[in-house]
Design a protein around this ligand. Structure first.
Ligand code: PEP
Ligand code: MN
Length: 354
């Protein structure tokens, strides 16, 4: 059920409707938009009786939501969600593309700093790096844990990059929420419903990766789990799905970008690194992702990929990432979008402060 308020409804009227919904034992999610506010109702098992709400001052209409997902739907919020970061001009879902780059895993302070300096210089606004790695084999590198998070927090201070890193369980989620700027939920956890709900109670935005065999509806329902707990700052990410094709690690499904944009107000990024698994395909698919209208990219970059502890085969060399940025900057311009300029000033100002 969705309560659509009149364009001129006052804040008090919105509050009164939310209170009424809560008094009926449900949860109210107020979603202000450019034209009007809509209030989503969750927590109901069956249908909510619309009568009492329909008659309240400021209410335009009460509509039944027939789709399985409600809060992430454009029916609830017609305008795009733009994610903002306190004390920063960077956004996800705004005019500028969000560029997230860094190694698959944080291996050492030196490795992370070397890569961060290069991606900051190339114009990325976000640094990625796993401190908790969900690996196919229990014998593979599992990440540095909290020590990795501390290294990334230093990188934020030094280079002004916002930090994106994965949480794999309750314990790591609490720590990632504390140290990072964006909490990544990985493909393997897209249907870990208790983890999704925990992310819904976190303070930081969540980057939700598409599951390895998730349909569009399953993907949006996973985001709905997070949002139903009150975290409205969610970024979706296409990272490839499992198909019969074996020329790439996964099959990057770029058609999901316009499909998501039609149904949901949430921003969507593309990960061409996990999407292809092959270094030589990362730049072409990055160009395509920007052309198809993605709100940004998440790309693995490593200074010494042959010796990387994870995903070296799909990691770009820093020089290749520079070239990728120059190309996507031109493609973004065709769509009226921006890619931050190469940030020599920031990189040099910080390194001369040694
Ligand atoms: C990653 O970003 O390093 C990662 C493990 O991604 P995914 O969950 O998409 O496999
Ligand atoms: Mn990886």
């Amino acid at each position: 059920m969705l309560v659509v308020m009149q364009a001129l409804a006052t804040e008090e009227q919105v509050r009164a409707v939310c209170q009424k919904i809560e008094s009926l034992g449900y949860r109210a999610h107020s979603m202000p938009g450019a034209q009007r506010t809509a209030i989503g109702i969750t927590g109901n098992q069956g249908e909510v009786e619309p009568g009492a709400l329909e008659e309240m001052p400021g209410v335009q209409e009460v509509i039944r939501v027939t789709k399985a997902y409600k809060l992430v739907s454009r029916d609830t919020k017609p305008d795009n969600t733009i994610i903002k970061f306190p004390g920063s001009a960077v956004t996800i879902g705004g005019r500028d593309l969000a560029i997230i780059a860094g190694p698959c895993g944080i291996e050492s302070r030196d490795q992370a700093f070397t890569i961060a300096e290069r991606v900051a210089r190339a114009g990325a606004q976000f640094f990625r790096g796993g401190a908790y790695k969900p690996r196919t084999s229990p014998y593979s590198f599992q990440g540095l844990g909290e020590e990795g998070l501390k290294i990334m927090a230093e990188i934020r201070d030094r280079f002004g990059l916002l930090i994106v890193t994965e949480a794999v369980d309750y314990e790591s989620l609490a720590l990632v929420d504390q140290y990072a700027d964006v909490i990544q939920i990985g493909a393997r956890n897209m249907q870990n419903f208790s983890l999704l709900k925990r992310a819904g109670r976190a303070h930081k935005p969540v980057l939700l990766k598409r599951g390895i065999s998730a349909t569009l509806e399953e993907f949006l329902m996973a985001a709905e789990y997070i949002m139903s707990e009150g975290n409205y700052n969610i970024v979706l990410c296409e990272r490839g799905v499992r198909t019969f094709a074996d020329h790439t690690r996964n099959t990057l499904d770029l058609s999901i970008v316009p499909a998501v944009q039609r149904l949901s107000h949430l921003p969507i990024l593309v990960d061409p690194s996990h999407g292809t698994g092959k270094r030589n395909k990362v730049t072409p698919l990055s160009r395509a992702a920007v052309a198809v209208g993605a709100d940004g990219l998440i790309v693995e970059v490593h200074n010494d990929p042959d010796r990387a502890l994870s995903d070296g085969m799909q990691s770009l060399f820093p020089d290749q990432f520079d070239a990728l940025m120059a190309q996507v900057r031109q493609i973004a311009a065709v769509l009226g979008r921006g890619v931050p300029a190469s940030n020599h000033v920031r990189a040099e100002a910080t390194s001369s402060a040694d």
